[in-house]
Write a protein that binds this ligand. Structure first.
Ligand code: HEM
Ligand SMILES: *[C@@H]1O[C@H](CO)[C@@H](O)[C@H](O)[C@H]1NC(C)=O
Ligand SMILES: *[C@@H]1O[C@H](CO)[C@@H](O)[C@H](O)[C@H]1NC(C)=O
Length: 332
């Protein structure tokens, strides 16, 4: 049957309407669904990036094992403040005060010189290609592996912010060590992370050190702490505010430079260093998971990897947003 002109034009306009509708649905999905990160992002543009990052991290950790912990923490503090965008690495400028001097970071975050070394090594190979945000993601994974923890594929393709926010870093998005379990759960949930992610990620406290000022109240005032452990920690952390504030103690008293599950074994024995650590095993909803991780290192590794990938997916800048910084401390 032949179509009349009017029938044909209404048929073709229907085709156009359907086509437009399909287009709207597709562009609608792609703009609501962020560009995804993936492991092979630099496989053509900087194939040696992984090896270069790893060798700088390796050398740093050989000199000082704590640096592995410090790099891992940098990634956490980057991702929790406006997403994994390298903002934590920016020095203060005349136009903005950055995140480095915010409460959770001031006199505490470290490892910036290692990031500088990684960046200049990678810039030599592939100028202007690898973001500082991705460097933190790779260096964190490498640190965990070098210190004896699990390995995983790091997703890449993040770009670097052109600003940093002192007030956001100070706003409580990075929970303080005085946090209750409910506060921790709420903070993580606000970023799309579950209570399980919270417990698994907290296992990062199986490495690294904390300052007396971060655990003083816990070792003097809390009752959910093993008393002999509290006494030992009190020896180098005086009760008086302002005295010995920067004295250090290991977050994991058993194996402070090995990435293992002993952090959870400590919690079960009420030997968590921070109030927030012990909150994960204090008669609440996360007790059973802590018990599981304390006896099942595999389960911890598996959930830690899942949670690290989820954390690394928090609000990345992708596509044409942000930039690839030449120097991680300053915008281009
Ligand atoms: C659950 C909420 C968390 C709280 C309340 C918290 C709090 C803290 C505090 C207070 C310190 C010691 C800082 C100092 O005294 O200078 C610390 C150190 C550390 N944190 Fe966390 N943290 C949390 C989650 C995480 C996560 C998710 C990671 C990584 C995945 C992480 C990795 C580390 C590492 C590795 C150190 C030791 C750093 C070093 O020795 O340089 N923390 N954390
Ligand atoms: C950061 O610490 C330094 C001491 O190292 C102190 O002078 C400064 O006031 C602190 N900054 C903020 C914003 O608290
Ligand atoms: C412990 O609690 C008391 C009473 O609330 C308070 O004065 C003190 O500052 C707290 N911290 C330490 C380390 O004693």
């Amino acid at each position: 049957m032949a179509l009349s002109t009017s029938q044909y034009s209404s048929f073709s306009s229907r085709v156009i309407i359907v086509a437009v509708a399909v287009l709207v649905v597709f562009t609608g999905t792609s703009s609501a669904d962020p560009v995804r990160l993936y492991e092979g992002f630099y496989s053509k543009s900087c194939p040696k990036a992984f090896g270069t990052v790893k060798s700088v991290v390796q050398n740093a950790i050989l000199k000082e094992r704590r640096l592995g912990a410090s790099l891992l923490r940098l990634f956490f503090h980057d991702c929790f403040v406006n997403g994994c965008d390298g903002s934590v690495l920016l020095d203060d400028t005349s136009s903005f005060t950055g995140e480095k001097t915010a409460g959770p970071n001031n006199r505490s975050l470290r490892g910036f010189e290692v990031v500088d070394k990684i960046k200049s090594a990678v810039e030599k190979e592939c100028p202007g290609v690898v973001s500082c945000a991705d460097i933190l993601a790779i260096a964190s994974r490498d640190s965990v592996v070098i210190l004896g923890g699990p390995n995983w594929d790091v997703k890449l393709g993040r770009r670097d912010s052109r600003t940093a926010s002192f007030s956001a870093a100070n706003s409580g998005v990075i929970p303080p060590p005085s946090s209750t379990l409910q506060n921790l759960i709420n903070r993580y949930r606000a970023l799309g992370l579950s209570a399980k992610d919270l417990v698994a990620l907290s296992g990062a406290h199986t490495i690294g050190l904390a300052r007396c000022i971060s655990f003083r109240d816990h070792i003097y005032n809390d009752t959910d702490i093993d008393s002999s452990f509290a006494k030992i920690r009190q020896e180098k952390c005086p009760r008086k505010t302002g005295s010995g504030d920067d004295n250090l103690a290991p977050l994991d008293l058993q194996t402070p430079t090995a990435f293992d599950n002993s952090y959870f074994k400590n919690l079960v024995k009420r030997k968590g260093l921070l109030h927030s650590d012990q909150q994960l095993y204090d008669g609440g909803s996360t007790d059973s998971l802590v018990e599981t991780y304390s006896t099942d290192a595999e389960a911890f590794s598996c959930d830690f990897i899942t949670a690290m990938i989820k954390m690394g997916d928090i609000k990345p800048l992708t596509g044409t947003k942000g930039e690839i910084r030449k120097n991680c401390r300053v915008i281009n």
